[in-house]
Design a protein around this ligand. Structure first.
Ligand SMILES: Cc1cc2nc3c(=O)[nH]c(=O)nc-3n(C[C@H](O)[C@H](O)[C@H](O)COP(=O)(O)OP(=O)(O)OC[C@H]3O[C@@H](n4cnc5c(N)ncnc54)[C@H](O)[C@@H]3O)c2cc1C
Length: 397
C-alpha cells in the first residue's frame, strides 16, 4: 500500500468543481481548486435538481442543506402580451410533476452548500488538504507517466496526479488538452440570459413565476424568495456566437425590443444589473472525456443544456461517481476513469438527446407550435396528462 496522498488540481469552482473537490476529499485526495472569477459567484437561476444528482448529494451528506434552500412557486402564470393571464398552473401541480425526490433551487445556492461543506470538513486540517484559489486559471498542461504539471496564469506550476477540468461550457482545460471548442460544440441556436432584478415588475406577484412566450422568444420572471426575483430570457438565433460576442447589453435589448408585457421595465433594469449570465445554448460532443491524467466534468464535458434541465444534477452525480471510481481503483487511474465514464455517459447522452428534442418548446417558432406546447400545461393538473408530461420530460425514469 503506497503512502503517497494523491492530489488533484480542479479547474472551476462551479457545481462540478466544488462537487469534485468535496468528493475527492472524502476519497482521501488533496485538491487545489482554481477559479477564474475573483470571488465566489452567487445567485444565478433556479434549477430543477433531481435524479442521480439528488441521490449523489444524499450520499455526499449535503442533501439536508440543499433541501433547506428549496424554493417552489405558488403558481405559474402564462401571460399575454397585454399582461392578462392566459392560464395558470398551481404550485401543487408543479410540485406533483417534479416528483418527491426533486428540488427547485438557485444554482448559486447549490454552489454555496458545496462550498460550505468543503470549508467545514477541511477546517482544522493542517496543512489544509483542499485549497481554493480565486482569480487564476490554467494556461498550460503537460503530462508524463507519473503526474501532470498544470501551469497557472501567474506562472506557478502545480504538480498533481489528476487534473479535473470543471470549467464549464467554454472550458480552457478542454481547449488545452482536447482541442478547439469549435470542433466539439453543437449549438442549439438559442441564447439564454439571466439576471437578478432589484424590484419585481408591476403586475408580477411575489411567489409567482410568470412568463410570456411569443414566436421565437420567452421572457420569464421567477420570484425566488420574499425579495428576490430573476429575469430569464431565452430566444432563438441563427448566429449564437455573434450574439455572444456582442454581449447581453446589446443582444437582449435588440431581441426583445418589440416585446410588450414587462419587457421594457425589465430591460431597463438590465443596464444596472450587477452581473448577467449570457451564453449560447450548446452541447459538447466528445468521444472521450479523459486523456491520460486529465478528465472533464460537468458542462465542460457534456453540457446537456437548460433544455434538458439536468446539468446540475449530472455535475454532482459525475463528481460523486468520479470519487467512487478513484476509491475503487486507487492505484489504477486509467481503469477508474474508464469505469467512471461508462457509468455517466449513458445518462448524459440520454439527457443531451432530450435537450435536442425539446429545444423547440422553449421559444416555439410559430403560433401553432406555441399553442401545441401550452396545451398539456393547461391540463397539467389532470393525472393522465401529468403522467404523460413526466414521461416526456424524463422527470421519472
Ligand atoms: C438558464 C439555465 C437554466 C438551467 N436549468 C437547469 C435545471 O433546471 N436543472 C439542472 O440540473 N441544470 C440546469 N442548468 C444547467 C446547470 O446550471 C449547469 O449544467 C451546471 O451549473 C454546470 O455546472 P458546471 O460546474 O459544470 O459549470 P459552470 O456552472 O459553468 O461552472 C464553471 C466554473 O468554472 C469557472 N471557469 C470558467 N472558465 C474558467 C477558467 N478558464 N479557469 C478557471 N475557472 C474557470 C467559472 O467561473 C465557473 O465558476 C441550467 C442552465 C442554465 C444556463
Amino acid at each position: 500500500m503506497s503512502t503517497h496522498r494523491p492530489r488533484a488540481v480542479v479547474v472551476g469552482a462551479g457545481i462540478a468543481g466544488l462537487g469534485a473537490a468535496l468528493r475527492l476529499h472524502q476519497a482521501g485526495w488533496d485538491a487545489l481548486v482554481v477559479e477564474r472569477a475573483p470571488a465566489r459567484r452567487s445567485g444565478g437561476y433556479a434549477v430543477a435538481f433531481a435524479g442521480p444528482g439528488y441521490d449523489a448529494a444524499e450520499r455526499m451528506g449535503v442533501l439536508p442543506e440543499l433541501v433547506e434552500r428549496h424554493i417552489t412557486p405558488d403558481r405559474m402564470d402564462y401571460k399575454r402580451p397585454d399582461g392578462r393571464t392566459r392560464f395558470s398552473v398551481p404550485g401543487s401541480t408543479v410540485r406533483a410533476l417534479a416528483g418527491e425526490r426533486a428540488l427547485n433551487i438557485l444554482r448559486g445556492d447549490i454552489e454555496d452548500v458545496l462550498f460550505t461543506a468543503l470549508s467545514e470538513r477541511t477546517s482544522g486540517e493542517a496543512p489544509n488538504t483542499v485549497e481554493i484559489r480565486f482569480g487564476t486559471t490554467v494556461v498550460g498542461v503537460e503530462q508524463d507517466a507519473d503526474g501532470v504539471d498544470v501551469t497557472l496564469e501567474e506562472g506557478t506550476v502545480e504538480r498533481a496526479d489528476l487534473l479535473v477540468g470543471a470549467d464549464g461550457l467554454h472550458s480552457a482545460t478542454r481547449r488545452l488538452v482536447f482541442g478547439p471548442e469549435d470542433d466539439l460544440r453543437l449549438d442549439l441556436n438559442h441564447m439564454a440570459g439571466v439576471f437578478f432584478l432589484d424590484e419585481l415588475p408591476d403586475g408580477v406577484e411575489p411567489g409567482v413565476t410568470a412568463s410570456l412566450t411569443d414566436t421565437g422568444r420567452t421572457l420569464a420572471i421567477v420570484s425566488v424568495g420574499p425579495d428576490r426575483a430573476v429575469a430569464f430570457f431565452g430566444y432563438r438565433t441563427e448566429r449564437p456566437m455573434d450574439e455572444l460576442a456582442e454581449g447581453p447589453q446589446v443582444a437582449l435589448p435588440r431581441a426583445y425590443a418589440d416585446m410588450a408585457w414587462v419587457a421594457p421595465a425589465v430591460l431597463d433594469q438590465l443596464s444596472r444589473a450587477e452581473s448577467v449570465y449570457f451564453d449560447t445554448v450548446s452541447q459538447m460532443v466528445m468521444d472521450s472525456w479523459s486523456n491520460g491524467r486529465v478528465v472533464l466534468l460537468g458542462d465542460a464535458a457534456w453540457c446537456v443544456t437548460l433544455f434538458a434541465g439536468y446539468g446540475s444534477s449530472l455535475a454532482v452525480a459525475g463528481a460523486d461517481a468520479l470519487g467512487a471510481a478513484l476509491e475503487r481503483h486507487p492505484d489504477d487511474l486509467p481503469t477508474a476513469l474508464r469505469e467512471w465514464e461508462a457509468e455517466i455517459r449513458p445518462e448524459a447522452e440520454r439527457k443531451q438527446k432530450l435537450g435536442r428534442q425539446v429545444k423547440g418548446l422553449y421559444a416555439p417558432a410559430d403560433p401553432f407550435r406555441l399553442w401545441l406546447r401550452d396545451l398539456p400545461l393547461r391540463f397539467a393538473a389532470y393525472r393522465p396528462v401529468s403522467a404523460l408530461l413526466q414521461r416526456r420530460l424524463q422527470l421519472t425514469s
